[in-house]
Design a protein around this ligand. Sequence first.
Ligand code: ADP
Length: 480
Amino acid sequence: MPASINVLFLAAEAEPFVKVGGLADVAGSLPLALRALPYQATHGAALDVRLVLPLHLHSRAESTTMRPVAEFQVYRSGGSIPAQVFETSLNGMPVYFISGHPLSASPSVYSPDPALDREKYAFFSLAVLEMLRHVDWQPDILHANDWHTALALYALRARRGDPVLARVRTLLTLHNLPYMGGEAADALNAYGLMPLNDDALPQWARTFFLPLGLWAADAIVPVSPAYAREILTPDFGCGLESYLNSRRESITGILNGLDVSGWDPAADAAIPAPFSAANLEPRSASKAALQKSLGLPEDPRIPLLAMVGRVDRQKGQDLAFDALRQSASHAWQFVMLGSGDPALENLAANLQADFHDRVRVALRYDAPLGRLIYAGADMFLMPSRYEPCGLAQMIAMRYGCVPVVRATGGLKDTVEEGRTGFLFRKAEPADLAEALERALGVYANPAKWQRYQRNGMSADFSWPRPARQYAMLYHSLTSS
Ligand code: ADP
């Protein structure tokens, strides 16, 4: 049994340094949760988990606390690229930042130009491997996340002859299978990597970032048990279902946890009055503040429905708009916060124009408004077409906002029909409208409604449980 396990956690974004989506929530909290596990949860091994991130142009990393720890060249045909590594600390955890010109070539974490992103993350992935020769700490496990860091695992497989890398085991957490990073053939060529020659993967997938990482990973972790089963089917497998079926033994679904101290209605400075499962009454102040700030009629009794999230076909905003139109004879108000797909944003604006007395859409990223919505709305709609895990429904439950969700992926694993929320099966407006009617029926009975709220608020979505599962996996990887 190893006395200690060193884990290097690779991600494109992490709270509190830089956040675009749910990946940042996970990368900012799982490594810390792993470090905080008691010895019995890690089979007596000390877990030294460290994080490595790209130094994006707008990362909130204070230059005063960052010390340079390494400088090297990353091989690239046509001219090697200088890279620098800085180290800082997050609650005692060492965090490495890698800088280099492909990373500063675009101002955003994910740029609208996919070619820029491919170059950026190929460079980052290769620079991470190179970094391991230049810092005096060696990982036993590389834990990559999504396509952005998948190439590090592929490159590692190719470099097994290197004594520094020979014994490193690998794990890839899969937050979103359809985002495969696109064609990596140019990147492979530029960074001196051989194309994959293995019939196990379909021909097309052999030059895509994410499939290369899946192929190379010793363990694959989809972010919920239900999604782990779904990706083995043609509906969710994105053409990789046969390959993934052949890797079944290496796949373990682990639900993401939530940073429950960061998302706590009893201690949230962004809401007008703290509340808890034991003291729900002050929640009404958030509802009033939300209605007031958006210019909706201030009525405490009218059910206030909400959505917060990326505006994307995945999230099913179009299904929600149609279902709301179908349920127009019921009294409700609706608020939506999010930005993304212009066609869906247009549909949202149309809905607001048609129901100006009861619909408000805020097409932007706005963290404080998001918190006020979770705290003030009554129901949270999440009609996702697919949902690997989903954090928003867990946050909603923690804030007493009862979820109405499609029974898919992590939504199915976290929301309990008849206890904490309402589920529907088909991605059809009529199915959502029917679930909405059931929810509105229960809402009309305040005692019953409060039971749903309290059940959701008391559910345990915190990190220790999933962190233990990751620790077990690390343990089995390093023991085999
Ligand atoms: P995703 O698939 O985007 O990762 P999740 O539900 O897992 O979806 O996580 C989304 C996170 O981002 C949640 O914390 C949610 O509150 C937040 N979020 C998404 N869009 C917005 C927005 N427009 N304004 C504020 N917060 C947002």
